[in-house]
Design a protein around this ligand. Structure first.
Ligand SMILES: [Zn+2]
Length: 290
């Protein structure tokens, strides 16, 4: 199953390049990692139930990131293909049972020509108030997959953050945001919530939601049209100063936090649902990018 998914995913040049780092890994290690994050989903570590609380510092304008050629989504070729791509791109994060492949505080930046930013600050295990918090699994691979399919930009953590990007007022992730936000037209901050909260997706509005109403509505409309249940501001609203959403809004960039139930972000066991989520978010990103 894994080899099949991998072969399919390697059809895209970016995925092939990213896969290079696991080519030499022992098969049993790969199998173990995939077992931890794949079909044994009920035994996997849980996602962080809350991702919000406070923020500060203004952003410093910097040159925009050079854009490579766009990667259109049209030829994605069905649910199995895009789910396989998502599963493949998740490998960077699930290494070491979600300690990631980077050193502590390592960030992964995927540039793109479309000025919409996807963030996954909890893609790997992170530190909050001195305690390790489990990753929002598959959000790193989701951000990268959407970037691959739409040409948007992705920023994720691929090494354990020593400062929680969605909780602490500063740190490497927010410093990188400062360089990326000028010229960015919208930010979707991707997180994971437990299924028991109820909705498939919770849209969290942030502390300064006035300028983000249109973006939120686009997300709500596309997700609902694709058959997902969506709540707004319940159980999460990202309405503390240091959330990524509040931070971006304060810099003048529309932003929304998406809390995704675990059942809709499992590209290994639920490829059709995963593909449906990707399609809905692709539409939202394209609409948001103008
Ligand atoms: Zn989170």
């Amino acid at each position: 199953m894994y080899q099949q998914l991998r072969t399919t995913a390697l059809a895209t040049p970016r995925a092939a390049a990213m896969f290079a780092h696991v080519e030499d890994a022992a098969p049993e290690t790969l199998a173990e990692l995939l077992a931890a994050a794949g079909s044994g989903s009920r035994s996997r570590p849980g996602c962080v139930p809350s991702c919000s609380r406070r923020s500060r510092s203004p952003c410093v304008p910097t040159p925009t990131v050079p854009a490579p050629p766009a990667t259109p989504d049209k030829a994605a070729g069905g649910a199995q293909h895009v789910a396989a791509l998502w599963a493949a791109l998740e490998e960077r994060y699930l290494n070491g049972r979600y300690d990631g492949t980077g050193r502590p505080d390592s960030l992964r930046h995927v540039p793109g020509p479309r000025p919409v930013l996807l963030t996954a600050p909890h893609a790997v295990t992170h530190i909050r108030d001195g305690a390790r918090k489990p990753a929002d699994m598959t959000t790193g691979g989701l951000a990268e997959t959407l970037a691959e399919l739409t040409g948007c930009i992705a920023l994720t953590c691929d090494g354990t953050p020593t400062r929680d990007p969605n909780y602490d007022p500063d740190g490497p992730f927010k410093s990188r945001l400062d360089t990326l936000l000028p010229g960015t037209t919208a930010v979707l901050d991707l997180h994971g919530m437990q299924d028991t909260w109820g909705p498939d997706v919770c849209l969290a509005r942030g502390l300064h939601p006035a300028g983000s109403a249109d973006l939120l509505e686009v997300c709500r409309r596309e997700l609902t049209a694709s058959g997902f249940t969506v709540s707004v501001g319940d159980p999460y609203d990202a309405n503390t100063p240091h959330t990524v959403t509040s931070y971006c809004q304060r810099a003048g960039v529309p932003a929304v936090e998406l809390e995704l139930a675990r059942r809709i972000r499992n590209p290994w066991d639920q490829p059709e649902t995963s593909a449906r989520l990707l399609a809905a978010l692709q539409n939202a990103l394209i609409a948001a990018g103008g």
